[in-house]
Design a protein around this ligand. Structure first.
Ligand code: SF4
Ligand code: F3S
Length: 353
């Protein structure tokens, strides 16, 4: 059960606002404005949060933030009208809340989970196929925020018989009305990405600047590889080859399937679990969960699937301009010559999983 906003003291509330200013890249001067935007509940747009083909991991990720209660503050003050996992109501009462809010219009629609392309009956809620509810809810929404890998680009369900697809796909194919769409990929959604996007919308009444796949640039404009703490190891050609090797434990994970060179997200700097750690910090390669091609296009996760030729051209240019260029070029020529980098292209068969 969510705590009420009334139980959050002023100090925690201002701490939340200061943290949100940091998320948005704003200075401390913006804190009073954020406090006004978030605290003035009477003017908040209602929010509908729908779940399609999902594991509820994004919901869990969002409510798992620690003090001050980010989820409580945001969910309480944005007037969350419908959320299958969090709402106390059920049955006809819950459905009435959904349909009353849709009739009211002008709400923020948050979508978690994919849309089954193979057959709409894969996901039905209250006897209605999910895609039909999504269609109705999107029609009167002011803005749609797709959260997590599944709702943005299909994620893991896209590789299953249901052939799950993202909200953008449904809009492009006429199953859902076209509306302003913000994609917050990563599996699950990063709570700060969602908080930051909601507060940005409250502050500016529009979507933040986005990239070509509708991800906010404020969170997704940098390559993981360019900010990775193991980048020096990569540049020196120090790769982990044996998971059991103590000496190699902090080496670059490229040969073990790290997808950081092809993945855009701010994980190295924002990290996860309130800044505690992140995938590569834990010794696992980046799995590319923020990218449209995740999961099938990034699989197998623990095997190298592409060589360095697949890297963004700017990155290669930056590398070649750097002091390590000669050594690095030599390293990769050596790697390619010995076949350790593979030939690039589609995922190699038979990798570790
Ligand atoms: Fe970091 Fe992965 Fe790049 Fe290595 S390949 S530097 S582990 S992002
Ligand atoms: Fe995804 Fe970031 Fe890890 S993009 S796989 S959460 S490093």
């Amino acid at each position: 059960m969510l705590r009420s906003f009334r139980n959050i003291n002023r100090r925690d509330f201002l701490k939340f606002c200061a943290g949100t200013a940091t998320i948005l890249g704003l200075s401390e001067a913006a804190v009073p404005r954020i406090a006004r935007a978030v605290g003035d509940a009477a003017k908040k747009p209602p929010v509908i949060w729908l779940e399609g083909q999902d594991c509820a991991g994004c919901t869990i990720s969002f409510i798992n933030t620690s003090n001050p209660g980010t989820a409580e503050i945001v969910l309480d003050t944005i007037s969350l009208r419908y959320h299958e996992t969090l709402m106390a109501a059920s049955g006809y009462v819950a459905e009435k809340a959904l349909h009353d809010t849709i009739a009211e219009g002008g709400y923020v629609l948050i979508v978690e989970g994919s849309i089954p392309k193979a057959d709409e009956r894969f996901v039905q809620i209250a006897d209605v196929p999910f895609v039909k509810t999504l269609n109705k809810a999107a029609a009167n929404a002011a803005v749609v925020i797709a959260i997590g890998a599944c709702a943005t680009y299909g994620g893991i369900p896209r590789g299953t018989p249901s052939n799950g697809q993202g909200v953008g796909w449904a809009m492009e194919n006429g199953l859902v009305p076209k509306k302003p769409l913000i994609n917050l990929s990563t599996c699950p959604v990063h709570p700060e990405h969602l908080v930051g996007t909601i507060v940005y919308y409250l502050l500016f009444a529009k979507a933040p600047p986005m990239d070509s796949v509708a991800r906010p640039l404020m969170f997704f404009d940098k390559l993981i590889h360019d900010n990775c703490e193991r980048r020096g190891r990569f540049d020196n050609g120090e790769f982990l080859e044996d998971w059991n090797s103590f000496e190699e434990r902090n080496s670059c994970l490229f040969l073990k399937g790290c997808k950081g060179p092809w993945t855009y997200a701010d994980c190295p700097t924002r990290r996860w679990n309130d800044g505690l750690n992140w995938c590569i910090g834990c010794g696992a390669g980046c799995q590319g969960c923020s990218q449209p091609e995740f999961y099938t296009g990034m699989s197998p996760l623990y095997a190298k699937t592409k060589d360095i030729a697949g890297m963004r051209i700017e990155t290669i240019g930056a590398l070649l301009a750097g002091a390590t260029a000669v050594g690095l070029a030599g390293h990769f020529i050596g790697q390619a010559a010995t076949g350790r980098l593979g030939k690039g292209g589609p995922p190699e068969e038979g990798g570790e999983s």
